[in-house]
Design a protein around this ligand. Structure first.
Ligand SMILES: [Zn+2]
Length: 412
């Protein structure tokens, strides 16, 4: 385990805890206690002798990827969409391989490497339906020092037998993972209840998933309203429910602990209920472009007060980089409605995600009391002013690699 840094000096971009704003500190000191918590952020004194920790880089909170799939790491870029045929042609054959420990283990390392390389410190991760793969993933995330909310992916229909698991063994596996991992290392690893989506789950499995989540106060993470064919099939499978969100509502899965990925085609009425019940949304614009799903109305959703984070949705998303995802969010907002400011997008990729995945009191800000989950990113030397720095971070894909990724002050 690398040594923990106690004092960092550099250019800092510090998101506001509540408003979608970012404060620039041209030359700052960040002090970190032995537990990896920030105790002070202040301007470096004129006679400061500590050299810049990463010269030429800006320091910001680690990126939060609210939605991605570990067993899809090796099928990124499989151009076999749209959604439903892509699942059958590319996803299920690959996810079936995660029944084997050896394969799950090799890919888990690749998955962690990729997140660390892009400055992601915390993620909401789908595994496969195989309990063993979730176990291997959690062991690997633990060893690599990353933060995650994950679990076994629940699916008991509409996929090959090699990818499904019946309700009894699935809930038993969930209970075992919960017992072993939930809250591990001061909440660095947590277990979520993850029904893939309505199409993949029988009503019985949905109900039992909800019971388990309620019993233990767990995050529920699922997909919603990504693609028109998916909407049609869902309506056929759940004729009693008033709409797609109604499917989750009717089975007890829609609450302030719920994260909905995509939400591209929600009706006005569904959006009103998302706001009313404080459901969170993981916006996955790069994936939505690649599968031709459409563009979520981000600007309107933000104006309505929806709690939103960004998700790469690897492997429908083509990158682990949350900076690229934010760039896609910018494009999608222009296509669908009107521009969302880059400053707001960078806030969503850091603090916004922390408010979705949690714990919100400890992540996504650079301020006393917050964990020192940080990323240092190079920016071109001539870029100084806040607006142009954010533009460079998000939109200049050929410049500015990640220099260092830290969780609780330790470089990963
Ligand atoms: Zn997904």
């Amino acid at each position: 385990m690398p040594a923990q840094l106690e004092l960092i000096r550099g250019r800092v971009l510090a998101p506001d805890p509540d408003k979608r704003r970012i404060a620039a500190w041209p030359d700052a000191l960040i002090r970190i206690d032995p537990r990896g918590r920030i105790t002070e952020l202040c301007a470096a004194p004129a006679d400061c002798e500590l050299p810049e920790t990463w010269p030429g880089a800006v320091i910001l909170p680690g990126f939060v990827d609210c939605h991605l799939h570990y067993p899809q790491t090796r099928i990124i870029g499989s151009a076999s969409g749209p959604l439903l045929p892509w699942l059958q042609r590319s996803v299920f054959p690959e996810e079936a391989r995660f029944a084997e420990r050896e394969y799950a283990s090799v890919v888990a390392e690749e998955f962690c490497d990729a997140m660390i390389a892009q400055g992601t410190t915390s993620a909401g991760v789908f595994s496969s339906s195989h309990p063993l793969a979730a176990q291997v993933l959690l062991e690997t995330l633990d060893r690599r020092g990353l933060r995650a909310v994950t679990g076994v992916t629940l699916m008991d229909r509409s996929a090959p037998d090699s990818c499904t698991l019946a309700a009894d063994p699935a809930i038993a596996a969930l209970a075992e993972l919960h017992e072993r991992w939930h809250g591990h290392d001061e909440d660095r690893l947590r277990i979520a209840v993850i029904p893939r989506f309505g199409i993949s789950c029988t009503p019985e499995l949905l109900r039992r998933a909800a019971e388990f989540a309620d019993q233990h106060g767990l995050i529920v993470h699922t997909h919603i309203s990504e693609n028109h064919d998916e909407l049609e099939v869902t309506a056929e499978l759940f004729p009693e429910s008033r709409d797609y969100l109604g499917v989750y509502d009717d089975h007890g899965l829609a609450s302030a602990r719920t994260i909905l990925a995509h939400a591209v085609h929600l009706s006005d009425d569904e959006w009103a209920r998302v706001v009313g019940s404080d459901l969170a949304v993981a916006h996955c614009p790069d994936s939505n472009f690649f599968l031709g799903s459409g563009c979520m109305p981000l600007r309107t959703a933000l104006e309505r007060g929806v709690r939103i984070g960004l998700g790469s949705d690897v492997g429908a998303g083509r990158t682990f980089s949350m900076r690229r995802v934010a760039a896609s969010a910018y494009d999608a907002s222009l296509v669908r409605e009107a521009m969302v400011e880059p400053e707001q997008l960078l806030w969503l990729a850091t603090r916004g995600g922390a408010r979705v995945l949690g714990p919100a009191t400890r992540l996504g800000c650079i301020a006393p009391g917050f964990d020192a989950d940080l990323v240092a990113v190079d920016v071109p030397g001539h870029v100084r002013e806040l607006g142009e720095t954010i533009d460079a971070l998000l939109f200049r894909h050929d410049a500015g690699p990640v220099r260092a990724t830290l969780v609780r002050g330790r470089v990963l």
